[in-house]
Design a protein around this ligand. Sequence first.
Ligand code: IPE
Ligand code: IPE
Ligand code: MG
Length: 251
Amino acid sequence: MSGVEQTRQFLDQGNVPKHVAIIMDGNGRWAQRRGLPRTAGHRQGVETVREAVRTASDLGIEYLTLYSFSSENWNRPETEITELFSLLRYFVRRDLAELHENNVRIKVIGERAGVPDDILSLLDEAQALTRYNDSQTLVIAFNYGSRTEITNAARTLAQRVSEGEISPSQINEELLASYLNTSDIPDPDLLIRTSGELRVSNFLLWQIAYSEFVFVDCLWPDFTRSDFYAAIEEYNRRTRKFGGLVRETGS
Ligand code: IPE
Ligand code: IPE
Ligand code: MG
């Protein structure tokens, strides 16, 4: 069955979440199990990214957020960091035209400090080129850490209070959220993490307050279109209550 046929069949069966966020984990283990250097896993991981973006777009998922480099990933050996940066360059250079053609808007979240200038330019170019696209938003979390994001928002609010622009009583959830990197993006409905690790690793801590979590055992380079569907099927089996009660049908 082709990817598109598979998608049509799948779409007949359930709801598609509006925003899916993915912690793409397990590249290193994928490589190590094959006796390859960790970087080989990252390279294979980029191919999975490409397929996941296509799947999300075929399904009509409006927002797809991919965790590609965390603020804690600076703790890795320099050679691995260099390779991860090179792969980001490779992905953007290779896939930008196709993403733009498919009307995908690219949005990057994370800190700029510490990121090489040429990568910043490349990411700026990708965002500028695709800014008016409206079929899907691909959010790339690069050099991203949620605690830093929330701390920055708190600092900005404190600054505004100290300058007399707002009073502390005006600070509410909505105002704080408007200072996060994700201010123009709805909260994720579904958070997927591959590789069997059961943690969130400083990813979108504020935004995932009511997301459904699906942890899958397969390593990111092995994550297929079918695994993506299975995660959404699992999401469809969940009952989201947001602290309320589920309404009986017909009542
Ligand atoms: C995810 O794979 C990619 C990044 C964190 C950049 P890992 O590199 O974390 O792979 P494992 O967890 O060591 O297997
Ligand atoms: C999370 O994976 C970060 C990304 C996927 C970019 P890690 O592999 O860095 O997370 P930990 O260290 O296992 O928590
Ligand atoms: Mg990992």
